[in-house]
Design a protein around this ligand. Structure first.
Ligand code: HEC
Ligand code: HEC
Length: 392
């Protein structure tokens, strides 16, 4: 408890600094550093081990994530309280985390040779993490919080909540179903922000700073996920091996980085051209029919993006909060509107919110869906019969 408390007090001071400075002042060297004795807080909030299948009928008002999570067990989900781990076992885990990951002022990834090699291949060296940590403090802490739990003082009051990196799950990836993001995915998020959410674009800070931030987010996520997996093992009465957890997580990040590139988009001509209109037609048809996906039951896009997203069916996501399927009649997508961004969403799904992947669709079919989704908000780009169906 004292750890948590001191960390929170640390924040209050930091927030004042953040608010006092104009944004875009990423590298301001004049900012005071984290106190060297400040440690990452020991996780006290419940783990969401399984989210309910139960369909929520509204998105709760923000501000009380812990209260929301406490209701999930009654709805068929499964959560667990870290306080269930005995103090001496918990102390061992805290020691492992501190030895391995260091502190906010002194972040690092240490371990046996395999761990060091993997961290090196991912570019996670001490100098970069130390710089990334300072930038994160200035630019991200207010929302994503010290440990990356998404419960920073401003973060508590936005919907959806800022990402809790400790779960090791990301929505906007181009690397595979349920995969870790590539660096390029994190950099896109940082450069463009997540449209329609509180996550801002950081396109005004130098590219080198976004690079450092992406490394630091990766590090925070690894630290949080080792803690999550280890607590889940301990609470489930299973043998716990935190170093093995870290190795598995490092391997997942490396796999994402080395995943094959996306195929190149075919040239369908300008929106409104005959070839393009035909692709939109085919995409519309696919969107409205049952498709082979990784869902356990055959689903159509409309099952969740009901009325093309105007009346979405809400779902619990992996964090135990409520996700809203996108509305394709409005312009702008969170994960980017470039054809390849939309391709990645459909091909790989969005695992943390339960949107299935579509590994069996042909590339051409995915591109057709991409053409339809990108044109859906713009009546001029739709064939008349598709326009009539989408905008009755
Ligand atoms: C004003 C609040 C706010 C600030 C400041 C902020 N974020 Fe976010 N961030 C969010 C929200 C909200 C989301 C989640 C949106 C969603 O789930 O749709 C998010 C999500 C993310 C994601 C997850 C993307 C994914 O694929 O799931 C990353 C990575 C991220 N933020 C990094 C950062 C970094 C790095 C900074 C600082 C440079 C930062 N954020 C600053 C609010 C913020
Ligand atoms: C099981 C429910 C479900 C199904 C089926 C589903 N989606 Fe989704 N989809 C979601 C949810 C939930 C989100 C919102 C993720 C978020 O932003 O939190 C989403 C988001 C998206 C996005 C990203 C939007 C953005 O803002 O970047 C695209 C693109 C998308 N869906 C396309 C499709 C297509 C095409 C299909 C059919 C092939 C489909 N979805 C089927 C639930 C579903």
């Amino acid at each position: 408890m004292p750890l948590v408390w001191s960390a929170r007090r640390g924040h209050a001071a930091v927030i004042a600094v953040v608010l006092a400075s104009a944004s875009g002042c990423g590298g301001c060297a004049s900012k005071p550093d984290y106190p060297p004795n400040l440690t990452f807080p020991s996780r006290a909030d419940r783990l969401v081990l399984r989210s309910p299948e139960h369909q929520p009928d509204m998105i709760p008002a923000p501000g009380k994530p812990d209260e929301e999570i406490a209701t999930l067990d009654a709805l068929g989900g499964q959560t667990a309280d870290p306080a269930g781990v005995s103090p001496d076992v918990r102390a061992r885990l805290e020691t492992f985390l501190k030895d391995t990951f260091g502190t906010p002022a002194n972040p690092h990834i240490l371990g046996d040779q395999a761990i060091l090699d993997s961290a090196t291949r991912l570019g996670l060296n001490e100098a970069r993490l130390a710089e990334g940590s300072k930038l994160f403090r200035n630019l991200c802490l207010q929302c994503h919080n010290l440990a990356g739990d998404g419960r920073g003082p401003s973060g508590l009051f936005v919907t959806p909540y800022p990402r809790d990196f400790r779960r090791g799950a990301f929505k906007f990836v181009s690397s595979g179903e349920g995969a870790k993001p590539r660096r390029a995915d994190l950099l896109r998020t940082l450069n463009e922000g997540l449209r329609g959410t509180a996550m801002p674009s950081f396109s005004r800070i130098p590219e080198g700073e976004r690079e450092l931030l992406a490394w630091f987010v990766t590090y925070l996520s690894m630290r949080g996920e080792v803690e999550f997996r280890s607590l889940a093992e301990l609470l489930g009465g299973k043998p716990n091996d935190s170093a093995a957890n870290l190795k598995a997580i490092l391997a997942e990040w490396e796999k994402a980085e080395n995943s094959p590139p996306l195929p190149e988009a075919p040239d369908d001509g300008e929106p409104g051209s005959p070839t393009h209109l035909n692709a939109v037609r085919r995409g519309y048809k696919l969107f409205t029919q049952k498709l082979d996906s990784t869902a356990t039951v055959e689903r159509s896009c409309l099952d969740c993006h009901n009325e093309f997203g105007r009346k979405p069916l809400l779902r619990y996501d992996i964090w135990g909060t409520v996700a809203r399927p996108a509305n394709f009649t409005e312009p702008g997508l969170k994960g980017g509107t470039r054809p390849e961004d939309v391709f990645a969403r459909i091909r790989f799904g969005i695992a943390p919110v339960g949107m299935p992947a579509h590994p069996k669709l042909k590339d051409r079919e995915v591109w057709d869906l991409v053409r339809f989704i990108r044109s859906a908000p713009y009546p001029r780009e739709l064939p008349p019969e598709v326009f009539a169906a989408v905008y009755p």
